[in-house]
Design a protein around this ligand. Structure first.
Ligand code: NDP
Length: 459
């Protein structure tokens, strides 16, 4: 006899765990199945270990300026220590996830799950579960371009477990993971090259963020090669010989693909039960995360909506609210604050200048650049940048973009007035906190420039 549940969740990552816990708290009998480790990509091999690596990589900057504050530092770095401490912390968090699920009354299964019907799930152990509803929250997997020798390249999955820190690395891609890992490796002393098929990193971000980070990467010794892609990898002694699209070759200790992530729907049995997938293999869902099969829902990266942990968590919570708490709830996709944990860091919310200028006839742009105070006693010239974009007629804040220390922390708070349709007058109304970098956002006097019908002009 197979066990019966109100809800079977497939995938124990951010979205699945939130949906499972909340649904159980609303009274549903819930099971969750995970084939690898509870916590999912974010906790096990994504945001959390990445941020720990980011902290490790930033000590160099602090040591650089330390003498200007009177400190003498004789520092050295040990990669195995970082890995061991990181693994211990990830293990601790994994346990917390399991304990929280258990505490909410969710039944945990380990193994691979396949959907065998609109209301049935089969586990790799052979066990079968009956489910009134099934929630797919299997996330995404790193994608490698289809080139010869691709197996010789690593992805972010393996980057968290390298036995030795490479002396040289080539990273392909121009998105979040590429720039974050480029600055992590460069910060840890690895000779780092980034190759990207187009002409500038972080496509889709505000141009001042892209330009500013590009300059900073150059200054930090990261080599940027645009208009190139990797066409082939071969083994070369202990390293990897890379053939580029322009008939050039070079050898690196490691090659990392940061060429995107794809929804993890393969082998789940979804097509056979009639769940509609889009061209990218993502599950097509409505505003309430319901798929084309009414008993099957999906949240998180597997739906291809916005591949960000907090969005998956919000989708999981909205699912539980809608289905098990009688409160139809949607997710506000139009205003998602996000941070790129590069060095310097990026925080961004709302429209880029390009998008704002395309959507509104006239926008005002306030922008400031200055050396962070921490650097002013040394000869470090790197600047931080804060930018506020408003609609000229109404003063409504349309976008805020920050490059520099603390940008991620700042943008989280800026997302609050943005979500309340805050205006320039609202920003002005706030009393500055001095001396901080964030105070610049509430002390802008007049616009740096105006963009009217796509043309830059004086305000
Ligand atoms: P992104 O989609 O951000 O970037 C992928 C990059 O790879 C793009 O520059 C893309 O180029 C390039 N690319 C895609 N296909 C190929 C190909 N066949 N050959 C060469 N280059 C290619 O993905 P990431 O892997 O960086 O990250 C995955 C997702 O994870 C992100 O979308 C983000 O949502 C999330 N994430 C969020 C983080 C955060 O919040 N801080 C951190 C890390 C990840 P092109 O621009 O031409 O498409």
């Amino acid at each position: 006899m197979s066990e019966k549940f109100d809800l079977v969740v497939i995938g124990g990552g951010s979205g699945g765990v939130r949906a499972a816990r909340m649904s159980a708290q609303y009274g549903a009998k819930v099971a969750i199945v995970e084939e690898y480790r509870y916590g999912g990509t974010c906790v096990i091999r994504g945001c959390v270990p990445k941020k720990l690596f980011v902290y490790a990589s930033r000590f160099g900057d602090t040591f650089d300026v330390a003498p200007s504050f009177g400190w003498t530092v004789d520092a050295s770095f040990d990669w195995p220590t970082l890995l061991a401490n990181k693994d211990r912390e990830i293990g601790r968090l994994e346990n917390i996830y399991e304990t929280l699920l258990d505490g909410a009354g969710v039944t945990l299964f380990r193994g691979r799950a396949t959907v065998t019907g609109p209301n049935t799930v089969k586990l790799s152990s052979g066990e079968e579960l009956q489910a009134e509803r099934i929630l797919i929250a299997t996330g995404g997997v790193p994608f490698k371009p289809d080139i010869e020798g691709a197996d010789l390249g690593i992805t972010s999955n393996e980057a968290f477990h390298l036995e030795t820190l490479p002396k040289t690395i080539l990273i392909e891609g121009g998105g979040y993971i590429a720039v974050e890992f480029a600055t992590i490796f460069a910060g840890l002393g690895v000779d780092t090259t980034l190759v990207y098929r187009r002409d500038k990193i972080l496509r889709g971000f505000d141009h001042d963020l892209r330009d500013g980070l590009e300059d900073a990467l150059h200054e930090r010794g990261v080599r940027l090669r645009y208009g190139y892609h990797i066409s082939r990898l071969d083994k070369d002694g202990e390293g990897v010989r890379v053939s580029f699209s322009h008939d050039e070759q070079a050898t690196f200790d490691a090659v990392m693909f940061a060429t995107g992530r794809h929804p993890y729907t393969k082998g789940l049995g979804l097509e056979a039960v009639g769940v509609q997938l889009n061209q990218a293999g993502a599950i097509v869902v409505d505003d309430y995360s319901q798929s084309s099969v009414p008993s099957i829902y999906a949240v998180g990266d597997v739906t291809g909506r916005a591949a960000l942990t907090p969005v998956a968590i919000r989708e999981g919570a909205a699912f539980a609210q809608t289905v098990y708490n009688n409160t139809p709830t949607t997710v506000p996709y139009h205003l998602i604050p996000t941070a790129v944990f590069s060095e310097p860091e990026i925080g961004t919310v709302g429209l880029s200048e390009e998008d704002a200028a395309a959507r509104y006839r006239s926008i005002d742009v306030y922008v400031t650049r200055f050396r962070p105070m921490m650097n002013t006693l040394s000869d470090r010239q790197e600047k931080m940048m804060l930018k506020l974009i408003t609609e000229t007629d109404t003063g409504r804040a349309l976008g805020v973009h920050i490059l520099g220390p603390g940008a991620g922390e700042m943008i989280q708070l800026v997302a609050i007035p943005m979500g309340m349709n805050g205006t320039k007058a609202d920003f002005d109304h706030a009393i500055a906190v001095h001396p901080t970098a964030a105070e610049e956002l509430v002390t802008f006097k007049s616009p740096s420039y105006r963009v009217v019908d796509g043309e830059k002009c004086n305000p």
